[in-house]
Design a protein around this ligand. Structure first.
Ligand code: FAD
Length: 486
């Protein structure tokens, strides 16, 4: 009897899951497994907000598997040891997984392959990306560092092959096998994994979301039916829900980029040609490809997890860290309304609008002169869509030290950005209610109010002066702007 283990990681879905489908076709028995690995930097070192999401996503996956008379085995421990023991106990002949592309996962999977290949066959598939990170390179084989040519080349390969169906049948293990696993201490309950925080701060945050494969498919459908045509224009307006909010679903693999891409082409009335998509649909598809680009960069430049791609920035003269400033930024108490609104949106919902991510990141790195890694770490802990590839790319882009980066001298002016993209003040009023009564003229720069009105506001003075902090940042950037010689 052929027994296969399917190891779920960033692919918490049944449909378009190449590893699950292949195992279900080829094996007599399929054992779906999720391993919560406490090894530093492994899956369990993801941030608190993502862990809370993961709890419910696993719950949803288990329910879907149960509808197919299967179920998810939950295990805690170092992945290598857990898999090795599971293979022994179940006499599995094959292990299937969909590939992850961050450096820690690549190193772990390589170790596991070499350790387990004597015990069984290992099969890895692509379930996370439209294109493998090593496929869409320049003609000379080197990786792209600039998005537009990367996009042009990838666009020629679209539409991607159709997504795969969910397996009709996932042959479950016999009762003797599950009894044996239970007796050996396998199969923990979801609660035993301890993904949820001890103090239930997550319930309000997750109240903003519906989690799981079905919810992701619905969210994608609604966005493409109702919002995609205006996406090009409205995606920059943080007070309006004009983006798809698929990022956590994509991160955890509740929906695949192939499924999203196919839905975009279908919504484009079946046109299989990128150039014939509506402008909104094409812009949206490009965003999906930005995610691909982030993985392309991370794969080819793995050091960028915590080091700048542009080496000059390794010598950036960061001033001594002022922890109180970092805390004020984290808590949305900087005294700059659009920045505080963004940081509070993050805290309350586990998500922040892309435009505002750029504004708060620029403010942290340039006006407060705090290293981008501090911001990246905070986002990693608090975002439900925290994703090492997109997060690192977003931070390095804003700091000016990454691929296709915003030039270092581009310092977002949070007042102008607020006035331009939140002109009616909906966003700031929603997340900074202490400013709700201000008129639009003062909303994004309350410090210009007369002193007696200012005193009545329960809102902090700005941490730094925007103009002089900008000048200081530019002076510091000047010290490293000589071109890299090697
Ligand atoms: C400083 C900073 C940090 C970021 N950190 C993350 C992160 O940890 N995880 C994350 O998924 N995205 C991150 N982004 C990218 C972007 O902000 C989010 O993907 C987007 O806001 C998610 O909302 P949405 O699903 O409504 O996006 P939509 O506008 O609906 O876009 C659809 C999908 O395209 C992808 N996408 C869109 N914009 C980008 C982008 N700039 N880079 C990469 N992929 C993109 C996402 O998967 C997104 O779900 C970051 C951006 C910045 C500036």
């Amino acid at each position: 009897m052929k027994t296969a283990i399917v190891w779920f990681r960033q692919d918490l879905r049944l449909a378009d899951n190449p590893a699950l489908l292949a195992a279900s076709k080829n094996a007599d028995v399929v054992l779906p497994v999720f391993i919560d690995d406490p090894t530093p930097q492994s899956c369990s070192s993801i941030g608190a907000a993502s862990r809370a999401w993961l709890h419910y996503s696993l719950h949803s996956l288990d329910s879907s598997l149960r509808q197919k008379h299967s179920g998810l085995l939950l295990v805690q421990g170092p992945a290598e040891d857990c898999l090795s023991l599971l293979i022994q106990k179940t006499k599995a002949t094959d292990v299937y997984w969909n590939r992850c592309y961050d450096p820690v996962s690549i190193a772990r999977d390589t170790r596991i392959k070499s350790r387990l290949s004597e015990q069984c066959r290992i099969h890895s598939e692509n379930g996370l990306l439209l294109s493998e990170p090593w496929q869409n390179c320049k003609d000379d084989g080197s990786p792209y560092r600039v998005f537009t040519p990367y996009w042009r080349k990838l666009a020629k390969t679209l539409p991607a092959p159709d997504p795969l169906p969910a397996p009709k049948l996932i042959p479950p293990p016999p009762a003797t096998c599950t009894d044996e696993l239970l007796a050996s201490g396998f199969d923990q309950s979801l609660d035993q994994l301890g993904l949820l925080p001890d103090i239930a701060w997550h319930t309000d945050m997750l109240g903003h979301w519906k989690i799981g494969e079905k919810a992701a498919a619905r969210q994608c459908r609604v966005f493409l039916d109702k919002l995609v045509d205006d996406y090009g224009e409205l995606r920059n307006v943080p007070g309006y829900a004009g983006t798809s909010r698929l990022s956590p679903h994509l991160h955890f693999g509740e929906i695949s980029p192939r499924q999203v891409a196919q839905a975009i082409f279908k919504a484009g009335r079946g046109s299989a040609d990128v150039s014939r998509l509506s402008p909104g649909a094409e812009t949206y598809l490009k965003e999906i490809v930005w995610r691909e680009f982030a993985y392309h960069l991370l794969f080819h430049f793995p050091k960028t997890v915590d080091k700048p791609l542009d080496q000059r920035f390794e010598n950036f003269p960061w001033p001594r860290l002022k922890p109180a400033r970092l805390r004020a930024w984290q808590r949305g108490q900087t005294g700059v309304p659009i920045v505080d609104a963004g940081m509070r949106e993050l805290w309350q919902t586990g998500w922040m609008h892309n435009r505002v991510r750029m504004i708060v990141a620029s403010y942290l790195v340039k006006n407060l002169q705090i290293p981008w890694q501090k911001g990246e770490n905070w986002f990693r802990d608090t975002l439900v869509d925290a994703d090492i590839a997109s997060n690192v790319m977003g931070w390095q882009w804003t700091a000016g030290c990454g691929a296709d980066a915003a030039p270092y001298f581009r310092v977002f002016n949070p007042v102008l950005q607020g006035e331009k993209f939140d002109g009616d003040g909906d966003y700031v009023r929603r997340f900074v209610p202490e400013l709700a009564a201000l008129d639009n003229r003062n909303l994004h720069k309350p410090w210009e109010l007369p002193t007696d009105s200012l005193r009545k506001l329960d809102y902090p003075d700005p941490l730094v002066d925007l103009k002089s902090s900008r000048a200081q940042a530019l002076a510091a950037f000047d010290t490293i702007k000589a071109p890299v010689t090697k």
